[in-house]
Design a protein around this ligand. Structure first.
Ligand code: UD1
Length: 366
């Protein structure tokens, strides 16, 4: 019997493996699909909550890696996963996205001659200061089949010398989850905090470039003091961001801003529901740029570049770098509802995972 290992390690991976697992169960019932969780993210709110919300079966294999420096985390995933691959002898391994778990598992497979399939291949920020960019480039070089979510991916892979025969444009697996969960999300009752203004923004920051320096948190504080005079802000905080703020002894200053609501990381359903209620999202996340585009919610991205350029050309996303003044400048237009509307994007239709499973049928894996 053919066997597929589906790898997930960090929060955004869980959102992508949910539809892949479902499509494989429905379209490829004769193969065995096992979920491997590397344990890169391990907090209940960063991991278990997503399995519950998205009704993903519990992982079959848990590697319990946890946090560490990039080299140590990647190396530990590789060591544990090598043993796992030798024991499981899979027909192929599916990795998603661009986190350290993605690259670590792809590299193990390449050395053991196990075919690697990469879902969300080809995205490039062209910024090698981002650990994810290194993970993307190397994972794509190692992969035997590359499933692309937006047309820019096809171009990048071609430029990097990847055989076009290995590249399949299937669409966006993260949007599959959104399409699938929207009815449930719409039925949910969202409890908002007591707001001091009519409008509110959702803020998420977790990239090292935004949260690792004291100077930046000071800028964020200054910005939030100004922004909260105009609208409330809900800030669900990634554990690394909270740790840094506490390390820099700024926690009380954040807590004391009236109109700023600090939250623990939210589960998927509640988070998307929150997005749907807010007037603007300010973020440095990759996935949220796509989700806001699909939902037609204005998004200001606190980065100099994006690996998801279709959200700029067809969506509601705008890059503002680390320039908080620009955020404030865009606000009146957003609040007047004059922000560009998103266009429909090809293959962001809830069927990317289905196309992926059909490709496995074509390859006679299932
Ligand atoms: C990782 C991904 C990033 C993705 C993000 C989503 C890499 C290189 N980065 O970044 O692409 O956008 O996940 O969240 O793979 N921590 C906890 N509990 C957890 C997980 C992390 O407390 O469950 C803390 C740890 O102190 C850890 C830090 O957060 O050191 C960073 O975690 P890590 O997995 O290294 O990277 P992320 O910043 O989460």
């Amino acid at each position: 019997m053919n066997k597929i290992l589906l790898i997930a390690g960090a929060r955004p991976n869980f959102v992508k493996i949910a539809p892949l697992h479902r499509a494989l169960s429905q379209l490829c019932p004769k193969i065995q699909t096992k979920i491997v969780h590397t344990g890169q993210h391990y907090d209940v709110k960063m991991s278990d909550a997503f399995f519950e919300d998205l009704q993903i079966p519990k992982p079959d294999i848990f590697l319990e890696i946890g946090s560490d420096t990039h080299a140590k985390q990647t190396a530990r995933i590789m060591m544990a996963f090598e043993d796992c691959v030798k024991k499981e002898a899979p027909t192929a391994v599916v990795v998603v996205g661009d986190v350290n778990s993605t690259l670590a598992c792809a590299l193990v497979c390449a050395k053991l001659y196990i075919p690697v399939f990469h879902v969300e291949a080809g995205l490039r920020s062209h910024d090698r200061q981002m650990p994810e960019e290194i993970n993307r480039i190397l994972t794509d070089q190692l992969s035997d089949r590359l499933y692309v979510s937006e047309p820019s991916g096809i171009e990048h892979l071609k430029k990097e010398g990847i055989d076009p025969k290995k590249v399949v444009f299937v669409g966006n697996a993260m949007i599959d989850t959104l399409v699938h969960e929207l009815p449930r999300i719409r039925r949910m009752k969202l409890e908002l905090p007591r707001l001091t203004h009519e409008n509110f923004a959702v803020l998420t920051l977790h990239r090292p470039s935004n949260v690792d320096s004291l100077d930046n948190h000071r800028k964020v504080l200054h910005f939030l003091k100004e922004l909260t005079t105009r609208m409330d802000v809900i800030y669900p905080m990634h554990p690394r961001t909270r740790q840094k703020i506490q390390e820099f002894k700024l926690w009380d200053e954040f807590k004391n801003i009236s109109g700023l609501h600090l939250y623990e990381p939210l589960g998927y359903l509640r988070f998307v529901r929150l997005l749907m209620e807010c007037q603007v999202v300010i973020t440095d996340s990759g996935g949220i740029q796509e989700e806001t585009t699909y939902l037609n919610i204005p998004c200001l991205t606190m980065r100099e570049n994006t690996e998801r350029p279709i959200t700029l050309t067809h969506g509601t996303n705008k890059l503002v770098g680390q320039n908080f003044d620009q955020v404030l400048r865009h606000l009146p237009r957003i609040l007047r509802k004059e922000w560009p509307k998103a266009k429909r994007i090809r293959y962001w239709d809830g069927k990317a995972a289905e196309r992926f499973a059909k490709d496995l049928q074509k390859l006679r894996i299932c």
